[in-house]
Write a protein that binds this ligand. Structure first.
Ligand code: GCB
Length: 618
């Protein structure tokens, strides 16, 4: 991992600890349904902007003479004698609630990007037996973990889960966890340093000590196939994983599938779905309690059964054409000082705006994997989901470690959410400039999606070429990647970033593949809530944004292959690139709702459009 070496030095804990990947670490699929100890709550913390905890002042490795890994611990030990100088003392430093980004922790942390240490203690579970895993929902961006002073491992990537088996590191009574999280992006990270959203550093999702038996179901994937069968793929880990009797049950259905794992602990089986099976749809999002029993362990999930396919330019849900009435969304709760903590309540509120407010059936969870709380809520509320990885704008296409990071992130995302009926599209990139290196990079990711989950559709948000000589806006899909995708998705900002008159948008000409579904994955215009322009012509006014929506929707309706839209964006969101002092003030204002929940005029334009679409024959 070249990136880590550049940023931290070759022998830093950020480069030498074992790296958790889908190949090397426990997957613990559906970990949120397992027993365990929630480690949310108060943690001590300290900033470390010069990374003193991992290196000396000339960049040398920390003092390892006492078999310690972190200078922060060496200094604490010295401090037993009060005549000694010490500079970190995590056990007595400030406290903050995790999960939650440090950006919201205190005013001076608002723009901090770098290394932060966290520590907490917990009492070991009584009568320990079986296995214990430390599982992180997400930690942004690079993370190192220590338990009782011993190195456990590290992880790269800010939006996907990872876990470590810590069974042998736990001790009776008091246990200590130390986490270092470094949010700094480099030219080799995914995403790269320049994006259009706030980088919320820190432990942003749950940390849990998960308990399982010695042999347990590490991953399971249960779904309805296009042929109408229920299929299961499961993997057991542990001493009794091989040739183990296993059983899949779906509560409430006459369905009971038995089998045995192979020598590697894998089980793959299919059986005809019972006639009584009720399919998951946005209108009636039926979920079943599903179990995979194996020896002492029972894996649990709540799963909806549906199919998703492409036929020509149509997207078929359960065999029927569907139009995706959606909107894009960043992972920000409705709050003036977001810490990016997605609770079931705020997931319900955000998706409720889409489902009930806008009459939508679809959400683009941009530009990175959102919390599993969100995808579970989408399952429950009946919203179709576009899920993506932050391969955004300009990543280091030729850097093998960047590709390795992106592939692992994509795999972690897919393995986490393959059981979610709501997720119908995996997207591999957003607005990436065409080049041979980029095409090779993205084709590798597309291949990974097809290998890990051939049951869903693959897309990427692409850019089009504009004919500069044409009298009316004329756009052509010239990106060779379109051939590799199931759905062609386009971001378009004519009338906002271009001088086009809104009145001309409906006359636009689109040269697109005729046999593939099109999604306008983005279009939008900024508006400051409460700012009005009587003639509707001033950018940043609610009137201009509303008219932009009217004309763009009129344009979209004339594209014959259009099968969905996810305009930009549900809510205003923080972005350091948006510093217009009159209207933006650090926010991208393309939301239909302000950061505090005010609905702008364009909200009802889209709501009326979707209400009409919902009533149209497909
Ligand atoms: C885009 C990007 C999105 C930006 C948006 C904008 O095309 O995909 O991340 O926030 O435009 O507001 O410019």
């Amino acid at each position: 991992f070249a990136f880590a070496t550049q940023a931290y030095g070759a022998d830093s804990v950020f480069t030498t600890l074992p790296l958790a990947t889908v190949e090397t670490a426990p997957l613990l699929v559906s970990a949120d349904m397992r027993d365990g100890m929630d480690l949310s709550g108060e943690w001590n913390w300290s900033i470390d902007p010069y990374r003193s905890g991992i290196a000396g002042f000339h960049g040398e490795a920390p003092n390892r003479t006492e078999q310690r890994w972190l200078d922060i611990d060496v200094r604490k030990a010295l401090a037993q004698d009060n005549r000694e100088l010490f500079e970190f003392d995590l056990d007595h430093d400030r406290k903050v609630r995790l999960p939650g980004s440090w950006l919201a922790a205190s005013p001076e942390m608002r723009h901090y990007q770098g290394l932060v240490w966290y520590r907490r203690h917990f009492d070991s579970p009584a009568g320990r037996k079986g296995r214990y895993f430390l599982r992180f929902g997400a930690s942004n961006y690079a993370t190192v973990v220590f338990v009782n002073g011993q190195p456990v491992g590290r992880h790269e990537g800010g939006f996907t889960p990872f876990a470590f088996d810590v069974t042998r590191l736990l001790r009776d009574g008091d246990n200590q966890i130390t986490i270092g999280v470094d949010s700094a992006a480099t030219a080799a990270t995914v995403p790269p340093p320049v994006t259009d959203w706030e980088n919320y550093g820190g432990v942003t999702r749950d940390v849990k000590l998960v308990h399982a038996s010695d042999t347990y179901v590490d991953s399971a994937w249960v779904r309805l196939t296009a042929e109408g069968k229920i299929a299961v793929d499961a993997h057991l880990d542990g001493p009794a994983a091989a040739n183990q009797p296993v059983q899949l049950k779906v509560a409430g259905l006459p369905f009971d599938l038995k089998g045995r794992t192979d020598a590697k602990g894998n089980w793959r089986a299919t059986a005809t779905a019972p006639r009584a099976l009720i399919r998951w749809t946005p209108e009636s999002p039926k979920l079943y309690d599903v179990t995979v029993a194996a020896g002492e362990d029972t894996w649990r999930d709540r799963i909806g059964f549906r199919t998703i396919e492409r036929r020509g330019a149509d997207i078929l849900l359960n065999g029927k054409p569907v139009f995706l009435r959606g909107i894009s969304m960043h992972e920000e709760e409705i709050s003036a000082n977001p810490a990016r903590v997605i609770t079931p309540e705020n997931a319900r509120a955000l998706l409720g705006e889409i489902r009930n407010g806008l009459h939508g059936n679809f959400v683009r969870l941009s530009h990175y994997p959102h919390s599993e709380v969100m995808t579970r809520m989408a399952d429950e509320m009946g919203l179709l989901v576009w899920s993506e990885v932050p391969v955004y704008w300009m990543v280091a296409w030729s850097n093998p470690s960047t590709l390795a990071t992106a592939r692992n992130m994509l795999a972690e995302n897919i393995l986490r959410d393959r059981n979610r009926a709501s997720v119908v599209i995996w997207s591999v990139a957003n607005e990436t400039p065409v080049s041979d290196a980029r095409n090779t990079f993205l084709r590798t990711l597309i291949g990974d999606v097809r290998r890990l989950d051939p049951s869903r559709l693959v897309s990427a948000a692409l850019l089009v070429e504009r004919d500069k000589a044409a009298a009316v806006p004329t756009m052509t899909m010239a990106d060779p990647l379109a051939d590799d995708l199931d759905i062609v998705s386009i971001n378009t900002y004519n009338g906002w970033y271009t001088p086009d008159r809104l009145a001309d948008l409906p006359k636009s000409v689109w040269n697109l593949p005729a046999d593939k579904p099109l999604i306008f994955s983005e279009f939008g215009a900024d508006a400051k809530a409460g700012f009005h322009s009587p003639d509707g012509m001033q950018k940043f006014s609610e009137e201009y944004q509303a008219e932009f929506y009217r004309k763009t929707l009129e344009m979209a309706d004339r594209v014959p292959t259009l099968r969905g839209i996810s305009p930009w964006i549900l809510k205003d969101f923080r972005s350091p690139r948006r510093q217009n002092p009159d209207f933006q003030m650090g926010f991208n204002r393309k939301g239909l709702i302000s950061e505090t929940g005010h609905r702008k005029q364009a909200f009802s334009v889209l709501a009326e459009y979707f209400a009409r679409k919902a009533g149209e024959p497909k």
